[in-house]
Design a protein around this ligand. Structure first.
Ligand code: CA
Length: 719
């Protein structure tokens, strides 16, 4: 009895000790880990993020969004020893644009079509995966299944989705906490609703999550909105362009903006979408964001009187608590060239002409590098950082560009530089306070713009840019000169001296740059986009010091973090590589450290599917009808005439589903591939419509097969 009792006591005791030991052990070892898994990002941590250089808690690293890491274990003298430490595969092979976050031992990253992952940052072990199951009917106006990043706040990870939701996910478990439709029916947007999509990273501050949506080319009304981080409830919404005057304007700022529009602009939505950059600035307590082009591109098609069209192509500052307008600076009044002002912005403290200035820096899509006073929006300087031919400069007093005669292509086409691809797109920049340089993934691009024939005003809701496309003139006839194409480079720009300090030789493959990271190790990291090589450059000289073949495109900006005294570089990679649009692309997270020895598996051999259509049995009428439906519902993703438009969407002329209407319907009407981003179109298409679309695709496949191999070359629209 006693013995048994003692034994039992002993057992109990040892259990207690083990349990106690386990508890304290897990409390000691796992306390940081638990905190990590909880992503306990607080207001204090975010405002003081520079004091935690081992972390990467927001999209741009800190609230200033400088993408500068003050870690320097990896530096310009030892970067040659940088090697792959681990990698973790994604389930998608589509384009990866998402900047990861690193918080207390965990990497969080959003991947193509909004699948979110958490990885153990030491080992690469997947902790969880979350798929919001985007709704297909919201996807038909998309131009890419990309997601650019996420935000973290008090135990939750926030992500915008392609079907225009904002979701909050538990950082520990990956379970969805809430999901809010950012364009609910209560807004009365009608059929504009399904033209919104979110690709930008949410930003978080003061207990609110800020997000805008894209869709400017498809005719939507731009906005940015704030949501309660705990509940997902909308706190405020700032529309960037005025709506129908008959309904009254939401605020005075919009009433003022309405005076800069004419005709019935609101029927086309207006544009001004907030689709990439938003910066919360704790110094001024303002939220800055960039707005996109006005819709449609051609102002003569947009409205009867050419005017500024506020607040499109602008940087706008609002109060983050209320959404109240504070200031705006319009970069491109009466935009005619798709000059979204949404390119990544950062704040910095610079000494300009002997005065300390707190400024916003933006290398914009229109080719100018803007330095703007953060508190007031007053322009300090604007200089071309790449080839541009639409403005001879910017008047610093008025802030207005001096538009070159002819650049508005009213009477004859204009070969505009930058083209709609931009002088710089969404790819993040970096700024090093040590060198005082801004590192820009700069592009040189050209595009011929022509006035649409008179009377060619598109009906609202129908995709149209309002310009003449594919204009070809006799050699020597095109103004101001006849250039084409797109190239990119890494450029180091001095925002005080207003000049290029160094630049790499140009990269000329399909999409020529990725995003940038600068570090205190005197390094700048950037990849050459679809050229698939990630490189490190000397931050002062631009000398290339290190390269890594990622075996896939690299678009997202790398980040840096520190764990157990080791500095890491993490890059989310994936996307079709040059010359291999159809190939699987090995999308994954790559993590590097000094002495890293991991090796990527060899890319799988890949044979593209061949055209193998069944015989055509439908009438010409059915095929024509199918073509119309295809054009309306499918072409934005799958290509204009049944050929593949984008690397990451299936080419439907080669799909085996052409052999089975049941299989085709399972995808198109029943949504069996919703988890892959292809939702059901049952709300829009009847069974006979799906038959007509399939018959149309069969007819296209037969025609392409008859035309021979040249016809199979994929279309690859720039930007
Ligand atoms: Ca645009």
């Amino acid at each position: 009895m006693i013995r048994t009792h003692a034994l039992a006591m002993g057992l109990l005791l040892s259990v207690a000790i083990v349990a106690g030991g386990a508890m304290s052990e897990s409390a000691a070892a796992a306390s940081p880990e638990r905190a990590a898994l909880a992503a306990n990002v607080t207001a204090k941590r975010l405002v003081n993020a520079a004091r935690e250089p081992g972390q990467w808690m927001t999209y741009g690293g800190t609230y200033s969004e400088q993408r500068f890491s003050s870690l320097k274990q990896i530096n310009s003298s030892n970067v040659g020893r940088l090697g792959l430490e681990w990698y973790a595969d994604y389930e998608t092979n589509q384009d990866q644009h998402g900047s990861p976050l690193y918080i207390d031992g965990v990497i969080y990253v959003s991947t193509a079509r909004d699948v979110l992952y958490a990885f153990d940052a030491k080992t690469g072990k997947q902790l969880w995966k979350y798929n919001p199951m985007i709704h297909g009917e919201r996807l038909r106006y998309n131009v890419g299944l990309v997601n650019r990043g996420i935000a973290a706040w008090r135990g939750k990870i926030y992500m915008g989705t392609l079907d225009a939701r904002l979701v909050a996910v538990d950082a520990k478990t990956g379970k969805q906490v809430w999901s809010t439709d950012t364009v609910p029916a209560s807004l009365g947007l009608g059929d504009m609703t399904n033209r919104y999509a979110i690709t930008m990273a949410p930003r978080v501050a003061k207990g609110k999550v800020f997000i805008g949506a894209s869709g400017g080319e498809f005719g939507v009304r731009g906005f940015i909105a704030a949501y309660d981080a705990e509940t997902g409830k909308e706190v405020w919404r700032f529309w960037t362009v005025p709506g129908n005057p008959a309904k009254g304007f939401e605020n005075k700022a919009l009433a003022r903006a309405a005076k800069t529009w004419s005709g019935d602009w609101w029927k086309f939505g207006g544009g001004g979408t907030v689709w990439d950059s938003a910066v919360y600035d704790p110094v001024t307590d303002l939220l800055y964001f960039g707005t996109g082009n006005a819709t449609p591109w051609n102002p003569r098609v947009r409205e009867p009187r050419i005017d500024d069209d506020l607040y499109t192509a602008s940087i706008v500052a609002v109060n983050p608590d209320t959404g109240r307008y504070v200031w705006h600076y319009q970069e491109t009044p009466a935009d005619a060239w798709d000059f979204d002002a949404v390119s990544p912005m950062m704040t910095a403290d610079l000494t300009i002409r002997g005065h300390k200035r707190h400024v916003i820096l933006q290398p914009s899509k229109n080719g100018f590098f803007y330095v703007i006073e953060a508190a007031t929006g007053k322009l300090i300087s604007a200089d071309p950082f790449t080839v541009e031919n639409w403005a001879s400069g910017v008047d610093v007093e008025t802030g207005r560009p001096i538009v070159v005669r002819g650049a508005r292509y009213a009477s004859q086409p204009w070969d505009v530089a930058p083209g709609p691809q931009g002088g710089h797109s969404w790819h993040p920049n970096a700024f090093s306070p040590l060198t005082g340089l801004v590192y820009i993934p700069a592009w040189e691009s050209y595009f011929t713009m022509a006035n649409a024939p008179p009377g060619r005003r598109p009906p609202p809701g129908r995709f149209s840019l309002g310009i003449g496309m594919g204009v070809r003139l006799a050699p020597g006839q095109l103004q101001p000169y006849d250039r084409h194409g797109l190239s990119g480079r890494l450029e180091a720009w001095d925002p005080v001296a207003r000049k290029i300090v160094w630049e790499t030789p140009p990269f000329s493959q399909g999409r020529p740059t990725g995003g940038v990271l600068a570090t205190a190790g005197n390094l700048v990291f950037m990849a050459n986009g679809s050229g698939k090589v990630l490189s490190a450059y000397d931050a002062r000289t631009g000398a290339k010091l290190w390269s890594f073949d990622a075996e896939t495109a690299v678009y997202a900006a790398p980040i840096s973090y520190e764990l157990h005294g080791v500095q890491y570089i993490a890059a989310s990679v994936g996307g079709a590589v040059q010359g291999g649009y159809f190939a699987p692309t090995n999308a994954r997270m790559l993590v590097f450290a000094l002495g890293g020895k991991a090796v990527l598996p060899k890319p799988l051999p890949y044979t593209p599917r061949q055209l193998n259509p069944p015989p055509l049995t439908a009438s010409a009428g059915v095929v024509t009808r199918g073509g119309e439906l295809y054009s309306q519902y499918c072409s934005v993703c799958h290509g204009i005439d049944g050929r593949q438009a984008r690397s990451s969407f299936p080419n439907l002329t080669v799909t085996p589903l052409l052999w089975t209407q049941d299989g085709f319907d399972a995808v198109v009407l029943q949504g069996v591939r919703t988890d892959k981003g292809m939702g059901s179109f049952a709300a829009d298409l009847k069974p006979e419509d799906a038959v007509a679309i399939r018959e149309y695709l069969i007819s296209r496949a037969i025609a392409l097969k008859a035309a021979g191999p040249a016809a199979l070359r994929p279309r690859f629209p720039g930007g």
